[in-house]
Design a protein around this ligand. Structure first.
Ligand SMILES: Cc1ncc(COP(=O)(O)O)c(C=O)c1O
Length: 402
């Protein structure tokens, strides 16, 4: 059967990505993978999870195994609102919707906002999983330039004005402002005000995807105050996730924003998965209620901070001249720039030969650039793996640059 004749236009767009093909080469268990953006598997809060499950009442246990409302397990909705309020967000008049990972939240807002051919604005570089959703819906991502302090406000203003003048007014700005995936950079606090002001002036919603904000190793919580915390016009839809503060395996995230938008996402979700995992929702509600999130993230901030510092130190000692990298203040990634004209895909193949893997830069770019960039995740590697992995990467780099 030739299925190509019966695929929808959307289905036909779903071809395997370059990154997936490259990653198949990295399947060898001897390879040290600094590729996936995975939390530290040796430090999941196993003890806390056991304690929560052991303490479930009969009704909690029943709720965990039963279907739940699409709008979410009510105690979890309450706990998420309290968690967001504690970081300075005014949650009054906002709706919280638990989702099957932040990934589903991205998908639901895209479905609610975009028709095929619509333009949306993304950072360059940006989160690859979001781009896959946008393209899947036939939306056209247009890039906004970043520097070490995140989105350049003037570039954003100009880009919106030009696209609008050309009859392509973007539907929203998608931003990952804190310890960005893949760049590791953070949108400065003053720029958050500017980005909000610019989008408000142009009438452009902001999708603020902020999974790493609790995982800072420089500064303090207030230094990463969200765009949503400044939002008085109800312009910002904020996305959160338990993936980095509990476990990605429970596949649980959320969105928070104007009920006109979130309510529609809830309706869209009804036809997609009916409800997110009840088990995960009851677990996550207990995790927040028992106050486990702060001690766990405090522990992980220390662990990730040590791994990050070791990564930067090994890069400085091992890498040949002409290669630079970002110094993240939190999160999982550093973003490496090879000399102009060098090809990170060529480096990837050489690195695989030496048994270390990373993610090449081009797929994170919606404008065809990024061929000399690569993302290095330090989050799920041990210190030993970081040392060995970077020594191998440096040898591969010397080989391709010589
Ligand atoms: C910026 C960003 N958004 C969303 C996600 C997806 O998160 P989740 O596991 O909650 O679907 C990730 C995961 O790496 C991410 O880095």
């Amino acid at each position: 059967m030739d299925f190509t004749a019966v695929f929808s236009k959307g289905g036909s767009r779903l071809t395997s990505s370059k990154i997936r093909e490259l990653m198949q080469l990295a399947a060898d268990p001897e390879i040290i993978s600094m590729a996936g953006g995975m939390p530290d598997a040796s430090n999941f809060p196993y003890q806390e999870i056991r304690e929560i499950e052991d303490g479930w009442s009969d009704s909690e246990r029943a709720a965990a195994y039963q279907y739940g409302p699409t709008g979410g397990y009510p105690p979890l909705v309450e706990q998420i609102a309290a968690y967001e309020a504690a970081s300075g967000i005014n949650t009054t008049g906002q709706q919280v919707l638990p989702t099957s990972g932040a990934q589903q939240a991205i998908q639901l807002v895209t479905r609610v906002f975009c028709d095929p051919g619509d333009t949306i604005l993304v950072e360059v570089p940006t989160f690859i999983g979001a781009v896959a959703v946008f393209i899947g819906y036939g939306a056209i991502p247009a890039g906004v330039e970043l520097d070490g302090d995140g989105i350049i406000p003037e570039a954003l203003d100009e880009r919106i004005a030009k696209l609008t003048a050309a009859g392509r007014k973007p539907k929203f700005l998608y931003t990952n402002p804190t310890f960005q995936n893949p760049g590791g950079m953070t949108l400065s606090q003053s720029r958050r005000d500017r980005v909000l002001e610019i989008c408000a002036r142009h009438g452009l919603p902001i999708i603020e995807d902020d999974p790493y904000h609790d995982l800072y190793f420089e500064g303090k919580h207030e230094d990463y105050r969200s765009i949503k915390a400044r939002d008085t016009d109800n312009l910002v839809i904020r996305l959160g996730t338990f993936s980095k503060i509990l476990s990605p395996g429970i596949r649980l995230g959320w969105m928070l924003g104007a009920p006109e938008v979130v309510g529609r996402c809830e309706t869209a979700k009804q036809g997609e998965d009916a409800c997110s995992s009840s088990y995960s929702q009851v677990l996550a509600a207990g995790y927040l209620k028992r106050g486990f999130v702060e001690p766990y993230t405090a522990r992980m901030r220390k662990i990730y901070g040590e791994k990050c510092r070791l990564t930067l130190q090994r890069l400085a000692s091992e890498m040949p001249d002409g290669i630079s990298w970002t110094t993240p203040a939190g999160g999982f990634f550093t973003w490496v720039t090879l000399p102009e004209g060098a090809d990170s895909e060529k480096l990837f193949l050489a690195a695989i030969g030496k048994k270390v893997a990373f993610v090449t830069g081009a797929p994170f770019h919606v404008d065809g650039r990024g061929g000399n960039k690569l993302r290095l995740a330090f989050s799920n590697s041990s210190h030993e793996q970081i040392r060995t992995g970077i020594a191998r990467l440096a040898r591969a780099a010397r080989e391709i640059l010589s």
